[in-house]
Design a protein around this ligand. Structure first.
Ligand code: CTP
Length: 394
């Protein structure tokens, strides 16, 4: 997603400097070219050689090593990230002091910027630091973190540099096109859980990865996102309105509550089709649980399909085998605009993996096969299709 993007990473003198090594790796994984610039204090924590090895590029430390680096690097970069950013660097760059390569680059740079502060919590709360952060935010700089937790000094508090995935996510968001800025997207994800008794339940293998990837991508592209999720081990993406639910009934109620304000709905949840007719209030003894009477759960998507209005409606079809006919039938029966068919019996597709291999079928009968790809990329394609339908006023 960061293909052909040059990221300038400023590393300053915090113990969190060692975590910036992983940040470089993750940004490169996303396709970015990374140039690292370090302050003198940063070099006391981590050597430039390490960043040079990881980034595959020379590391800048000395303003006077080359007369024009501070101009050329600033012009070539699409995003300036400072992680970790100390109080000292934040205070200096906010008022335009240019006394080393990093702070001089900051003055010469004109594009989007992202700062991940890292410092002791009392330093972070200091009025000068807070005033400068607010001023920089007003000027359009994005701050990610800091997190609350145990700090290097042994104290607990706000000041830990944000988690690396959150910084990468913020970088992706900053550089993404905001083509869904006028959309309000409701996404369901994960399995539902239908209780048999206080310890047992009926559920399925869904991890929520597809729905959470959709929520993350939609958010990044500027949409307001509501994510209604059954039980999942995943962390909800930053910026979404998160509604945790357990059962199909709870998911249906949550969907009904949030439907009005949505312009598009994506039902990525693997809703359990059946629930026990009765839930025992105490744990069943094994001799009493030889058979379970089931009742059908509501078909949430079908319900939305009946009163969908102008909103774009996307469903999934989980099939063992190609299942094209079944997916087409679901599209029609549930009154969807698009069905995303995934053959869960294929290697690397379906439940609890990072990849998926899908076929999309739209109302007009267009069938498009996609190769095996990351769920994050599948998410973007689904969102492209929603956008296309919205623009055509389908
Ligand atoms: N769905 C739903 N409510 C249900 C069951 C499914 O809203 N009670 C939605 C899913 O979120 C998905 C679509 O309907 O978007 C198709 O789900 P799928 O499990 O593939 O099909 P089912 O309709 O459950 O039919 P079957 O299990 O017989 O294939």
């Amino acid at each position: 997603m960061l293909e052909k993007r040059n990221i300038l990473l400023g590393v300053t003198g915090s113990i969190a400097a060692y975590r910036a090594v992983d940040l470089v790796r993750r940004l490169i994984d996303e396709g970015a070219g990374v140039r690292v610039v370090m302050t003198e204090s940063a070099c006391r924590f981590v050597t430039p050689y390490l960043f040079e090895t990881i980034s595959g590029n020379p590391v800048g430390t000395d303003l006077f090593a080359d007369p024009f680096t501070h101009i050329t690097l600033a012009k070539e970069s699409h995003l300036f990230v400072i992680a970790p950013a100390t109080a000292n660097t934040i205070n200096k760059i906010s008022c335009g002091i240019a006394d080393n390569l990093l702070s001089t680059l900051w003055l010469a740079y004109e594009g989007p910027a992202l700062i991940a502060p890292a410092m002791n919590s009392r330093m972070y709360r200091h009025p000068t630091v807070q005033k400068n952060i607010v001023a920089m935010e007003k000027a359009g700089v994005t701050f990610v973190g800091p997190e609350t937790g145990s700090l290097a000094c042994g104290e607990e508090g706000e000041g830990r540099m944000a988690d690396i995935p959150d910084i990468v996510d913020a970088a992706l968001t900053t550089l993404a096109s905001r083509d869904l800025a006028d959309q309000n997207i409701l996404i369901t994800a994960g399995p539902t859980r239908e209780s048999i008794d206080p310890v047992r339940f009926i559920s399925n293998r869904s991890s929520g990865k597809m729905g959470y990837s959709l929520a993350r991508a939609a958010c990044r592209r500027g949409a307001r996102v509501t994510l209604i999720s059954g039980p999942s081990a995943l962390r909800p993406p930053a910026g979404v309105t998160f509604v945790p639910v357990t059962t199909a009934m709870e998911m249906q109620k949550a969907v009904q509550r949030c439907l009005n304000r949505s312009t598009a709905v994506v039902m990525a949840a693997a809703v359990s089709d059946y629930a026990p007719a009765e839930t025992a209030q105490v744990k069943l003894k094994k001799k009493d649980a030889t058979s379970i009477k089931l009742k059908k759960t509501p078909d949430i998507l079908k319900g939305i399909g009946r009163s969908r209005g102008k909103r774009v409606l996307v469903g999934f079809a989980a099939e063992s085998g190609r299942g094209l006919a079944s997916a087409k039938q679901k599209l029609k029966e549930k009154n969807c605009d698009l069905i995303v068919l995934n053959d869960i019996s294929r290697e690397g597709a379906g439940f609890d993996v990072d990849t998926n291999q899908v076929t999309m079928i739209d109302r007009g009968g267009r069938v498009t096969d996609y190769p095996l790809m990351q769920k994050a990329d599948v998410a973007d394609i689904i969102l492209d299709r929603i956008n296309e339908m919205k623009r055509k006023g389908k």
